[in-house]
Structure formats: structure tokens, C-alpha cells
Design a protein around this ligand. Sequence first.
Ligand code: SDX
Length: 393
Amino acid sequence: RTKMFTYDPGFTSTASCESKITYIDGDRGVLLHRGYPIEQLAEHGDFTEVCYLLLYGELPKPPQKEEFAHRVTQHTMVHEQMTKFFSGYRRDAHPMAVMVGTVGALSAFYHDSTDITDPHQRMIASLRMIAKMPTIGAMAYKYHIGQPFVYPKNNLDYAANFLRMCFTVPCEEYVVNPVLARAMDRIFILHADHEQNASTSTVRLAGSSGANPFACIAAGIACLWGPAHGGANEAALNMLVEIGTVDRIPEYIAKAKDRNDPFRLMGFGHRVYKNYDPRAKIMQKTMYEVLEATGHTSDPLMKVALELEKVALSDEYFIEKKLYPNVDFYSGITLRALGFPTTMFTVLFALARTVGWVAQWNEMIQDPHQRIGRPRQLYVDAPLRDYVPISNR
Ligand code: SDX
């Protein structure tokens, strides 16, 4: 591995923490999970074994994979009382608002897995979050569209189970298309973990105070929602819809380049990648597969997205600032073709990222040198001064 690229000790010395889970080389567009390239995991692996890899550090052997998958299925249902919890939300509430509230409320149900000093309770809490996020995400969707909740079926794999919970209705069983289930699974892999991004750092910071794991994951969901972060997939599709046709691209490129205009090309740019986000290439390939399988190969938004990327990548502003498409640029077109409304896009991101949050939370909790996170600041306002009574102001 060191032959491929040298680790820059200087860089790690300025890093916010040490981790064994994910490595990113932003200049080269490299993403490794426990040393395995994202391209190989997405091509040959599945989300269950990537979950195992992120949590335990190695790809599972067949019996390990089977046992892990089985343990996850034992936690896919949520406490029946939670269904009543949903009726407190407005139907038109954004599903991410529902996710923040409902995942945080798991702390109110599962008292037997909140003692973070107990390895067994940490493991149960981890499995519960990985297992329940698809169920809660599907419930948020069903509630949003006014359809009845669908219970998980443990004989289906992770992605197929989620698609069925979202799209089955009592009067018509949803038949899972294996091509779409594979695409959903790969999309989960692409979003599983990404080093110390804003939401993962939020989970670590929350966890460093000893807060219970469900509350920490709820904090991560809240942070991910922002359009600069996980909310960008929804914002990117809304942007493509607003642009509408290829002939309007120059107008939006000009807006993106105008420093006085707050508009940004959604799905473009990255805090770390100053090269093409490797996940974006895989997402584009997945987009073609899903559009083909769902009969949307002439989706006009795909034409706009491909032309927008071409124009931006040949524009000196984007070249000079090293702005490339990121994982969110093509995901919206893909998820819409799978049948999801834009309001569900970030829920899918949160669902997949839960395993990364949980793996990083476990790594932090088990670090014997771990202290409470306490970022400092540079104070830049008034110097020391005496109180002035209001009569003298
Ligand atoms: C994710 O951190 C992670 O790993 C996140 C993530 C993960 O998996 O967890 O990868 C997921 O959040 C991906 C990013 C999704 N967000 C978007 O696509 C929103 C659009 N992107 C921008 O908001 C922006 O690129 C950010 C927020 C992602 C990064 O912002 P930065 O840190 O300001 O980017 P930068 O330092 O590279 O910017 C350099 C310049 C700046 O202009 P100047 O101050 O130099 O004049 O480029 C400009 C930026 O304003 N710029 C853009 C731009 N992104 C940066 N200009 C136009 N369009 C853009 N998209």
C-alpha cells in the first residue's frame, strides 16, 4: 500500500483524530475502507460485508458474514409504541426532521443498550442502529406519503428489505428487482463512511461527552441534513430541475462563479477531494444501470447533469479551484429513478452512513486516551472592560 502513495506524517499531525477505518487522499481521489479501495468494494462486495469490515476491520468469512447478517435482522423491528410517535408529526414534515426526532427517541425505548462502558451494550446498540435505520427511514417515507407502515422481512437482504418496506402496499406486493436492489446496495456502500466529515465529527464530539449512542447518531443525522453536506443530493437534483435544459447551463455556471452570488453548484466541490470524488464515478455508472432498468434512459436531467459537468470541468474557475463532481452530483437522478422523492434522498444517505458513524463512535469510545472534545477559539472582540450602568449608557 505504501508503494501506491506515501502517507504524509505532517498531515496526520494536524489531523483532528487518528482512525483505522477510512483513508482519503483528496489530491489523488483515493478512498479506502480498512485498506480496500471503494471501487473494489462497490464492484465485488455488498453492504453487509462492508458494514462488517468497517466495524471489525476485516472482510468477513462466510460463517461470520452469515452470523452478522442474522444478528442485524434480529433488530430490524422497532418498538411498536414508536408507531404512535409518528402520529405526532405533520404529514408534510420533511422526512429528515422525522429521522432526527425518531432516532433520538430510540434512547427512550432501549435502556438496555445505553451504557457505553459495557462492550455488550455497545455492540447491541450498534446492531440496533444499523438494523433499525432502514425501518425508521421507510416508516418516515410511508408516513410522508400517507401509506401504512410495512414491517421488515428478515428473509430479504438489507437493500431489498428497505426497498420493499418503502414500496410495498397492502393491496400489491412490491416485487424487488434484483438489478435495483444491487444498485441500492451499492449506493449504501458509497455512502457508508467518509473519514472525519462534518456529521461523523459531530457524532464523535457528541459521543466524547458520554452521551448515549442513539442521541449521538441523532446529532449526526441533524448535521448531515445541511445542504453543504448530506442535504446536497436533494439540493443537486432541485438545481438540475431548476436549470431544466442544457441551454440554461451557462447562466448557472456564471452564477456559481459570481462571488457575490450565494449560489453554488450543488454536488460540486469538496473539503478534501481536489480531484474527482471516486464515489461520483461509481454513482454515475450506477445511474446508467438504474435508468436502463427503470426505462428512464432519456431522463432529461441526466443530459443536463452530463453537460453541466462537461462545461464546468472545462471552465478555468472550476479547474483553478479544483472543483469536481462529488458523490451527490449523480445520486439524485439515480434515487429519483429508483422511485424516491427528493425529500428522501438525505434519509438514504443517513441510513447508509449510520454504519460509519457507529464504527467511528465505537473506535472513539474504545480509545483509552479519549477525552471530551473541546475545540478552542480565537477571541476577536472587546478587550476587558468594566460594567456601565444603564443610566450612563
Ligand atoms: C458531502 O466531508 C465529507 O467527506 C462530506 C461528504 C461525505 O461523504 O461525508 O463527502 C459528503 O458533504 C459532499 C459535499 C456535498 N456538498 C455540496 O455538493 C454542496 C456544494 N459544494 C460546496 O458548498 C462546497 O464545495 C463545499 C461545502 C462542499 C466545500 O466548500 P469549501 O470548503 O469552501 O470548498 P473549497 O475550499 O474547495 O472552495 C474553494 C473555492 C471557494 O471560493 P473562493 O473562496 O476561493 O473564492 O471554490 C468555491 C468556494 O466558494 N466553491 C464553489 C463550489 N464549491 C466551492 N463555487 C461554486 N460551486 C461550488 N460547488
